[in-house]
Design a binder for this molecule. Structure first.
Ligand code: B12
Ligand code: SF4
Length: 529
């Protein structure tokens, strides 16, 4: 039984170029599990392996029994559909399945597409995919596989009972790291998962929906010992790695037992003396001086904190963050005192934004002194399957519907316009004007990749460049904020029917363009040197 596990390049490549290069941990876990059961599993990761679409299709032409795609975003689906079409045209007879968050929530829509998917693996995939392989190999009935949705011979969609979540994460084999050498060669970094799920229920987030769907504990974590063993193994296999990203939604587990586990994990990492920097996610309410000391000692250098809003009303009533802006401010200040970098995730616009609130957001971001370009221009993606999306669709939360109906093949979000006309115009103009910026985050991502590549050869040079990188990224973010404020002030005063908007905007875009051109030249020189 030959299984090919596939991740395709995003159809909107531009949007994702600024992300760090990472493996698909989902495919790593699936491959690790299947191999531990004696099956052959090959990972084909178009992005990481640098494959052209034609090469990907050629790789999938061999005699595999199952071709299994992963998808977390709609933009990947378009690539997947294009590839399946080619495969079918070339007579490929493999069973085609798909899994991941996007596929789980939209399995009916996916299975309804003609001649595309044979099945969808819902929620956690390890055991279900293994059973699917087993069933296909032995011609068993697919109807008995928990966690599978599939198309019957007469084209009907059948959903089997769900499979409860894996209760002991330590029982899973470590993820296969087949594509990590390529990731490292390209200046990317390894990712690791020490827990699954989340114990919160923020209204816009899919995580709690995904992990509370099938039953079992929505939040599970691996023992400190198991995570430490993986870290040790990782560093032994790949001594050149200089930083690792923990993709846990919350690195710190709450409660007495959880805090003991965090302390054990941090001390263990310190004792392992890995010589790598760690990046983690935390909620602001978990941060205190004692915790930061532990994190600092085990080389946590960057923390992503979901700040999300600059007013308590939006944070608590709309985003349901169960958090206050005062807690966020305090957490960021404490991190600053320890010299730990903070990336405050932020949602500037949402369906109920007003100019007054956006002004408070600006004030908040300036006060905490940390913001990213990504945060300034961000808007709420109201996924259909999140609490907020469901409330909008059910009418529980009213919102302004756009005049034009979306012609998307699969709709995963609730399309909306901001009810406050000026805020809507500000969002549209911000998105349009900031398109000019695209080039810079991509260049910074490339420069970071180069820095990682030289770190094991010339540590001092890498450190100096890293410092320069941080200064310049911060300068770009500050400049982004200055531009955003200029646009904000203009829209606040403007009469929306006024003819002066067009010339102002033309001039404004030119200003951004000339800033980007200058900065881009300087980053290019740094990258070359
Ligand atoms: C690392 C990460 C990334 C990385 C790598 C993404 C990747 N493709 O692997 C980068 C930085 C590139 C990224 C980008 C984006 N991300 Co991201 N990302 C994550 C993060 C933090 C961890 C993912 C992970 O490795 N989890 C661990 C693995 C083991 O879990 P898993 O992926 O769920 O896989 C399990 C199951 O889903 C299933 N499964 C998954 N795939 C398959 C395939 C098959 C065949 C089978 C059988 C089963 C299966 O089995 C796996 C094992 O049990 C998650 C948050 C989270 N905690 O999951 C967000 C998350 C997945 N990202 C998200 C989003 C929105 C994005 C972006 C769209 C953001 C943007 N604005 O552009 C882009 C999309 C880019 C792209 N085309 O991939 C959302 C997805 C929301 C949704 N659709 O429901 C999440 C949940 C964050 C959030 N809370 O909102 N992301
Ligand atoms: S946004 Fe973060 S804290 Fe909130 S539910 Fe999602 S993963 Fe949990």
């Amino acid at each position: 039984m030959q299984i090919q596990l596939v991740r395709l390049r995003d159809a909107r490549t531009n949007d994702v170029l600024h992300f760090p290069k990472v493996e698909s941990l989902a495919l790593g876990y699936l491959a690790g599990f299947l191999k531990s059961k004696g099956l052959e599993a090959e990972i084909i990761d178009e992005e990481v392996m640098g494959l052209q679409r034609k090469q990907t299709i050629e790789s999938l032409q061999c005699n595999s029994d199952i071709i299994a795609f992963t998808a977390i975003a709609k933009s990947q689906i378009y690539s997947i559909l294009e590839v399946i079409k080619e495969l079918k045209k070339n007579g490929n007879k493999a069973h085609i399945t798909i899994g991941g968050q996007f596929a789980t929530f939209l399995f009916r829509e996916l299975l309804s597409l003609e001649n595309k998917f044979d099945s969808v693996v819902l929620y956690e995939g390890e055991e279900t995919l293994f059973e699917l392989a087993n069933a296909l190999n032995n011609e068993f009935d697919l109807g008995s596989i928990k966690g599978l949705a599939f198309k019957t011979f007469n084209g009907q969609i059948k959903q089997n009972p769900l499979r409860p979540l894996i209760c002991n994460l330590d029982s899973l084999p470590f993820p296969a790291r087949d594509t990590l050498p390529k990731v490292i060669e390209n200046g990317g970094l390894p990712i690791i998962s020490s827990s699954r799920g989340c114990y919160n229920r923020c209204s816009y987030c899919s995580i709690s929906q995904f992990y509370s769907g099938p039953g079992g504990s929505a939040f599970r974590y691996r023992s400190a010992g198991n995570v430490l063993a993986e870290l040790k193994h990782l560093k032994e296999e790949f001594p050149e790695i200089s930083d690792i990203w923990f993709v846990d939604d919350n690195f710190v587990v709450p409660g007495k037992k959880g805090l003991e586990r965090t302390a054990k994990l941090c001390r263990g990492i310190k004792d392992l003396d890995l010589g790598v920097d760690l990046n983690i996610y935390l909620r602001a309410n978990q941060i205190n001086g004692r915790l930061l000391k532990l994190l600092d000692e085990c080389s946590v250098r960057s923390i992503f904190i979901g700040a999300e809003a600059g007013t308590n009303y939006t944070l608590q009533q709309i985003f349901k963050k169960n958090l206050s802006i005062e807690q966020t401010k305090r957490a960021i200040k404490l991190c600053g005192q320890r010299g730990i970098n903070v990336d405050p995730g932020f949602i500037m616009f949402h369906p109920w934004s007003t100019l007054k609130e956006i002004e408070s957001n600006i004030r908040f971001l300036e006060e905490i002194g940390q913001f990213t370009l990504y945060g300034i221009v961000s808007f709420l993606t109201a996924y259909k399957f999140t609490p907020i999306g469901k409330e909008m669709l059910s009418g529980e939360r009213t919102y302004k519907k756009p005049i034009f109906k979306s012609k998307e093949l699969i709709q995963d979000t609730v399309p909306y316009e901001i009810a406050d006309e000026k805020a809507e115009v500000l969002l549209c103009l911000t998105l349009k004007a900031f398109e000019e910026f695209h080039k810079l985050p991509e260049q910074f991502a490339k420069l970071k990749q180069e820095i990682r590549k030289i770190r094991s050869i010339n540590k001092e040079k890498a450190m100096a460049l890293d410092k320069e990188w941080t200064i310049r990224v911060n300068a770009m973010n500050r400049q982004g904020m200055a531009f955003f404020k200029e646009l904000f002030r203009f829209i606040k005063k403007a009469d929306l029917n006024d003819k002066s908007i067009k010339p102002f905007f033309g001039h404004f875009k030119l200003k951004i363009r000339s800033y980007v051109a200058k900065e881009s030249g300087e980053i290019e020189n740094l990258t070359k040197n």
